[in-house]
Design a protein around this ligand. Structure first.
Ligand SMILES: C[S@@+](CC[C@H](N)C(=O)[O-])C[C@H]1O[C@@H](n2cnc3c(N)ncnc32)[C@H](O)[C@@H]1O
Length: 285
């Protein structure tokens, strides 16, 4: 069963796939907890920290380098949500692969710009579910909902999200740091297409993806180590492959770029090569 938490009221039994939250498994590293560790959080275990320290020693700049890059990832997520609310007029967000809550989650950034914004969060990791209540403190004018769901079941996610979002009006789907957990055989482009199909014209898709063509040797070694230690397995992709994930949607300027280059704001850290691509695209009217 998909489990949804809506503001502070829990409601079970949404129509959709059967999905029970699993146990929090501390015998193997999990990406939500590894990422939390990189960002200085406390929702991680020894197995996550050990995997991160061994794998990210091979990242450009080592553990300090990946920590700076993880902060750059959160920063561009914020810039993109600000762009979508301020310039694109978006008031509805579906954030899939939410991660353990931090400061400046999607609803906080969106509702600072437009308090009436509605946000549905989706993640499949039980540790994110355990912290999901932190995501449900939005503005009274807006709405935040958490759905325990799996991106490999896009139809079930859309059905659950439709209880909060009106898909006859423009919405933004955020796929930040999640599609690299899909192998080519799992057809990530097809999954994106299924999510985009029911969206109204004027909707947006924003995504980020680990790069296979920036600092390629260091990244290959990092994920050789991490894939051996982590429950999820990463597939690195080059810029053209990442651009291809947008399917027929129209990329907005500056297209698919490394994180610091996406519409930098005053204070955006100037970084050297950062092995992660991001972009935003619009569904034509
Ligand atoms: C690297 S974190 C990204 C967190 C956040 N989106 C950000 O950019 O800061 C990736 C998240 O995606 C989730 N995830 C990975 N594969 C997933 C899937 N197939 N369905 C739902 N969530 C998934 C993980 O549990 C994790 O919390």
């Amino acid at each position: 069963m998909i489990i949804a938490w809506r503001n502070d009221v829990r409601s079970d039994g949404l129509a959709g796939q059967e999905r029970e939250p699993g146990e929090i498994d501390t015998s193997v590293a999990h990406v939500a907890r590894v990422y939390d560790y990189l960002l200085g959080g406390r929702a991680n275990f020894a197995v996550d920290r050990a995997a991160a320290e061994r794998a990210y020693a091979a990242w450009p700049g080592g553990l300090d380098g990946v920590r700076a890059d993880a902060r750059a990832h959160r920063a561009v997520l914020g810039r993109i949500v600000r762009y979508l609310t301020r310039e694109a007029g978006i008031r509805q967000f579906l954030d899939i692969g939410t991660g353990i809550p931090r400061e400046d989650n999607v609803h906080e950034v969106a509702q600072r710009e437009a308090p009436e914004s509605r946000v549905v969060y989706v993640d499949r990791d039980p540790i994110v579910l355990a912290h999901a209540h932190q995501l449900l403190r939005g503005t009274p004018e807006g709405s935040t909902t958490y759905v325990y769901g799996e991106l490999r079941e896009p139809r079930a996610i859309l059905d659950a999200a439709a209880r909060t979002l009106d898909f006859s009006r423009p919405a933004a789907v955020m796929l930040f740091g999640i599609l690299h957990f899909f192998s080519d055989a799992e057809d990530p482009r097809g999954v994106v297409g299924q999510l985009a199909a029911p969206l109204a014209p004027g909707s947006y898709l924003a995504l980020s993806h680990l790069a296979g063509d920036v600092e390629a040797e260091a990244l290959a070694e990092t994920f050789r180590r991490l894939n051996a230690a982590m429950a999820e397995s990463v597939t690195l992709r080059g810029r053209d492959e990442v651009a291809g994930l947008f399917g027929g949607l129209e990329l907005v300027e500056p297209g698919v770029v490394q994180l610091p280059q996406w519409r930098p704001e005053a204070g955006t850290a100037a970084a050297g090569p950062l092995p992660m691509w991001c972009g935003v695209a619009r569904k034509a009217g």
